[in-house]
Ligand binder design. Structure first.
Ligand code: 1HE
Length: 268
């Protein structure tokens, strides 16, 4: 299917690896991978069609020294948009990031350098984030005289809590290192320059899960978090009914029953 054809993208590099794993690279390093209209449209296109195209997992990264500098401020300034126009820009961002979070394809983000403004909003739409000690998170919108528009009010406050998010945007506070992990901005920290290798290891691992299981993990959990407890319990039972009886799982269950499957052991 065309959505995985790298020749059809201008801002994204799409690289197929083994076993349905794709590397999606924001490829505008000279502008620190700032998100312009074209990039957002390409993210929508890729993530809308990924699962139907057989994509089993995505490693998301940025070319150059920084993951992403957020909204293309120069494009925004030059376009001198009306409120109506920018509302629709924001809706396209939400389209892209909702397709990512709810699309059912696991996305592992390899982060480095600046992950700021809309770059943090993009990273927060991935399911797993890996950082190195040089990775830093910020919401510079407050200083730039603007506000968020790509889901920070939802996902960043979900990760770190409402008042930490408010502090970040009000004061421009930067979080990095182990503190960023402890607060929930990322799940893994590795040595300097190591986020790509760790993200690749994780992406290769999750690509081995059954696609329907990954679909539930990378879609149902987010949907259920938006529901009341009663509705979430009902929906979980429904999803569990389908996923936990899928024919493809029988082999794995049989292996467990026959004692040939790996056991869960503590970290060494
Ligand atoms: C950009 C952008 C951008 C860089 N839009 N062009 N985001 C921000 O406020 C972050 C703004 N960017 C920065 O603070 C810095 O550029 C970085 C920390 C990311 C990188 O610093 P550095 O020293 O490596 O690069 P630089 O010299 O600042 O930038 C290199 C080029 O990238 C330069 O262009 P050039 O043509 O002069 O070479 C910069 O103009 C360009 N560049 N960042 C456009 N963001 C839906 S609402 C979302 C709200 C937001 O995301 S607010 C944006 C927050």
């Amino acid at each position: 299917i065309d959505v995985v054809n790298p020749d059809t993208y201008e801002r994204l590099d799409i690289t197929a690896r083994d076993n349905g794993l794709y590397v999606v690279t924001l490829n505008r390093p000279e502008k620190r991978n700032a998100l312009d209209v074209i990039t957002i449209e390409e993210l929508i296109r890729f993530f809308s069609g990924a699962r139907m195209a057989g994509v089993k997992a995505v490693l998301l990264e940025g070319a150059g020294d920084h993951f992403c500098a957020g909204l293309d401020l120069v494009e925004h300034w030059k376009a001198d948009r009306s409120p109506d126009d920018f509302m629709h820009v924001c809706l396209r961002w939400h389209e892209a990031f909702n397709k990512m979070e709810y699309g059912g394809v696991p996305i592992i983000a390899a982060l480095k350098g600046a992950v700021v403004g809309g770059g943090l909003e993009l990273a927060s739409a991935a399911h797993v984030r890996v950082i190195d000690p040089g990775t830093y998170f910020a919401l510079p919108e407050g200083q730039r005289g603007i506000f968020t528009g790509g889901g920070a009010t939802i996902r960043v406050s979900d990760m770190i809590g409402k008042y930490r998010m408010i502090d970040m945007i009000l004061t421009g506070r930067v979080y990095q290192g182990q503190e960023a992990v402890d607060l929930g901005l990322a799940q893994y920290i590795v040595e300097e320059g190591g986020s790509y290798a760790k993200a690749l290891e994780l992406a290769e691992k999750v690509a081995q899960n059954l696609p329907l299981t990954n679909f539930a993990i990378c879609s149902a959990v987010s949907h259920m978090n938006n529901m009341s407890g009663m509705d979430a319990a009902y929906a979980e039972a429904f999803v569990g009914g389908i996923v936990n009886t899928q024919p493809a799982a029988r082999e794995r269950l049989e292996a467990f029953a026959n004692k040939t499957a790996a056991r869960v052991r503590p970290n060494t």
